[in-house]
Design a protein around this ligand. Sequence first.
Ligand code: G6Q
Length: 551
Amino acid sequence: MSRATTDACSLPLRSRLCDCASWKAVLAHRQRIEPLDLRAAFAAEPGRAARCTATGAEWTLDWSKQLMQPTTMALLLELARERQVPERFAAMLAGARLNWTEGRSVLHTALRANSSASITVDGRNVMRDVQHTLHRMTHFSDAVRSGAWIGATGKRIRNVVNIGIGGSDLGPAMAYQALQPWRSPELSCRFVSNVDGNDLSMALDGLDPEQTLFIVCSKTFTTQETMENAGSARAWLVSALGEAAVSRHFVAVSTNEAKVRAFGIDPSHMFGFWDWVGGRYSMDSAIGLSTMVAVGPDRFLELLAGFHAMDEHARTSPLESNLPVLMGMIGVWNASVLGLPALAVLPYEQLLARFPAYLQQLLMESNGKRVDDHGDAVAWQTCPVVFGEAGTNGQHAFYQMLHQGTTVVPIDFICFRTAAHPLGRHRLLLNANAIAQAQAFAFGQTSDEVRAQGTPEPLVPHRTFPGNRPSSFLWSDALTPSTLGALIALYEHSTFVQGIVWGINSFDQWGVELGKSLAVDVIKGLEGRTGSATHDSSTDALIRALRATAP
Ligand code: G6Q
């Protein structure tokens, strides 16, 4: 995206999408090009794959199998321009308060910016704070990895338990799995998030308290699940090693020093971040401490460099070859113009098995919104339902529906040319499956082709594949800390692009609040502290049924 000044945006109010000439042009275009047929599109344009392939930050995107005609993307990019996507992106990088419903800047890009950069929020250069925290994380990680940091009884730390939830869990848990080839064999990490005690019990199973370090990750340090888990973990440790051991076995990642201190963690063992880092955009902040301990500071810096490479690609590339813009506009086309309700993310890489879950939060918490900046209900579909599974497991589970079901589900395939493991033909077979699946989704198999195979007539409809199921194919040479960072930033920024086009705030999450606040009263009910019915009849009946002690 070209450089622009923050002045180009008048925050927070934007024009309504439905008033944009380019949006009307996109809708009119859609009417003209129905029905969309990928076999015909490929036959008519031999260079389609080359035209619809772009590269940046070690990633290549082939979007030729999207349901688009040769002129479609140009119209979508015109829409991106009219919505001021490049200007808004520049404003975000510069610290504008794009998260206007919470009055916050959106500066996760500062977490991986060059140390020499100057990014100012309220007159303070945040890069100094970022570098200071990175330095402290490095020092601490080195100490744990080398054995210089010892537990209360003098033993080395062998197990790290990350306690957090949502943005304070999904990123580190995903990255720990993705970066297994780089993790220290001397240390293992476990992740606890659910308030269900089974989660903590399973994580603690077999651990030696003397060799276990807990990292309590909570921006607010008030989150119910995390505080309950941290309290129980603390009790587990204290029962084995005594109260004095807490300071050697607990550290915190938070913005809330007072609460961290009250929990009994020395603030010198607290790693800070800032209100301009949203939870689901925080795995490259101190929330990534478990990642750094596992893979070491050098690999963590490579991860950050990968994020930054994609930030730079997004900032400097023309829209026509800008991966986050292309992916963002493909998502707008599929969800809001074609009305397709879901997105399947299919990493053909077992190390990315947790990536779909990570993306569910990133995309659905960011853009699962129904009102625009004006407070008006939007008249188009915003965020799709995101789901996925590592290939090839998904093929033997839900692909049947993707191929022949009544709902068309767009797909993102993610692949790597090489594997970190040395196992024979496994990678070749894996990638062959990914390529063939993309082919099958796009082109299907006509009933005439099925007949020509000698299929009995009654079976022909059952063995026919409609095709025209759109997909993008994202690939890189190898999964490394750097390509992982770039991949995450790619989805962060394509999510951003969509939010800007839709005119919604991608950075708040008010939709998670109601259930939390209602739970306060339900807890009282389950504890038997409310007498008469105060809820609807269903809620009251459920409280009576699930009360810990029968009334
Ligand atoms: C993410 C959300 C949310 C948050 C969790 C944990 O963008 O804000 O998922 O990360 O609710 O919050 P704490 O880190 O404050 O415990």
